[in-house]
Design a protein around this ligand. Structure first.
Ligand SMILES: Cc1cc2nc3c(=O)[nH]c(=O)nc-3n(C[C@H](O)[C@H](O)[C@H](O)COP(=O)(O)OP(=O)(O)OC[C@H]3O[C@@H](n4cnc5c(N)ncnc54)[C@H](O)[C@@H]3O)c2cc1C
Length: 373
């Protein structure tokens, strides 16, 4: 990751260079020219990066970040619909044509994250390759320990560490959780496509007794297929091993037609995917964004758009305080995030209630009756 010498005293320190961290940096560089902004990221580049379907409403955020042209030339695959067998065995189509912005995308996820990093650097942010190990200090005088890379001080710290949510973890905050969902994902070579239909590469969702399946072609001549289920059910079914994963795939009607398991590139990889939200109050100058404040079910395909949105709002709140000493922006930011999650939770519950074919199955019973996991 490119880096340059940086003063240990910065205005804004961002933990994590995923979409949330880099979007915050890009926006802050624009609205606070001259502010010193540093992003630290562990710099781990995983070959198989999960989370690639973005719906049409990503467009205004790309425009706002000034990356639309670069994005459109980057070789991501346009997508025009999602197919799903949900509440019925037949596939139904959700056409993006009916959206204001008509094209969704399946991202080359590593390329997308790198594009945002490059833009953040171009605008003046500095990215250091480091694992943030601890945080202490006082409001607007925070000290950040990056181990061998050194210690930094900053007025504002943005936690964009994704699933790790490290500041919340250090503060011992407990999120409100809706479920205990995990993904058991396998990546394939593109030849894994079995069907030759026009929609062979489309993103397909298929509900099953123990959860739901997702399969899609992704840039780089690959496919991904995953079973989404609860962590205890995944253990009981042994779907973290290939034989049981393959067996459960064979029980599907639509997904199995799109995947030929002999082209598997990986074993099942497990990713936490529970819906959750941190409800606590953060110390002044500490702002969590993206998955570090709330995480949505991959069924929604909203994770990346939500990450960009939260980071833009957080950057406005920080700018208000930086320029005018006004803290109202922080209150508005946290109120917006809370409302967003409450609205999401209602939609999430209603969506899972549409599937009633397995009333005795624990996965579905939990979603039909409980308030929280
Ligand atoms: C199975 C699955 C499928 C998904 N599918 C989709 C999808 O189709 N569409 C969609 O929009 N979203 C999807 N998502 C969600 C999406 O991937 C996330 O919402 C999105 O990546 C959040 O961005 P972020 O920047 O908040 O976090 P991340 O992208 O996770 O970035 C966090 C960064 O912080 C770094 N970091 C963590 N700890 C430290 C530390 N201590 N020090 C320094 N750096 C640190 C990490 O290395 C990482 O680079 C899916 C998620 C899962 C689990």
């Amino acid at each position: 990751m490119p880096s340059e010498p940086i003063s240990p005293n910065v205005d804004i320190f961002i933990i994590g260079a995923g979409p949330a961290g880099t979007a915050a940096a890009i926006s802050l560089c624009e609205i606070l020219p001259g502010a010193r902004i540093c992003i630290a990221d562990t710099g781990k580049n995983t070959v198989f990066r999960i989370g690639e379907s973005v719906p049409p409403p990503i467009r205004p955020f790309l425009d706002r970040l000034g990356v639309t042209d670069t994005f459109e030339k980057a070789g991501h695959s346009p997508s025009f619909r999602t197919l799903s067998a949900w509440g019925t065995a037949e596939l139904d189509s959700n056409e993006f044509l009916l959206h204001v912005y008509q094209t969704g995308w399946r991202l080359d996820r590593t390329g997308f994250d790198n594009m945002l990093k490059a833009e953040a650097i171009r605008r003046g942010a500095v990215i250091v390759s480091a694992r943030v190990q601890s945080l202490d200090g006082n409001p607007y005088e925070w000290r950040i320990d990056c181990g061998n890379t050194g210690k930094f001080s900053a007025r504002y710290v943005i936690d964009a560490s994704g699933h790790a949510a490290i500041i919340s973890r250090w503060l011992k905050y407990r999120p409100r959780k809706l479920d205990r969902l995990v993904a058991c994902a396998v990546f394939f070579n593109r030849q894994a496509r079995q069907t030759e239909s026009a929609d062979a590469d489309a993103a397909v969702i298929e509900a099953c007794e123990s959860g739901w399946w997702y399969a899609a072609a992704i840039p780089g001549d690959r496919k991904v297929a995953m079973l989404m289920t609860d962590v205890d059910i995944a253990r009981r079914l042994s779907v973290v091993g290939m034989p049981a994963w393959r067996h459960h795939l064979s029980l599907t009607r639509h997904i199995k037609q799109r995947i030929d398991t002999k082209f598997a590139l990986t074993q099942p990889m497990v990713f936490p995917a529970a819906s959750r939200y941190f409800t606590d109050t953060y110390p002044p100058g500490i702002v969590p964004v993206g998955d570090a404040i709330s995480r949505f079910d991959p069924l929604s395909s909203q994770g990346i758009v939500k990450a960009l949105r939260s980071s833009l709002y957080a950057s406005y709140a920080i700018a208000d305080h930086y320029l005018k000493g006004d803290t109202a922006g922080f209150s508005k930011y946290f109120a917006l995030m809370r409302n967003e999650f409450e609205n999401y939770a209602l939609t999430w519950r209603n969506y899972y209630r549409q599937e009633q074919r397995w009333p005795e199955a624990p996965f579905w019973q939990r979603r039909h009756r409980t308030e929280s996991a």
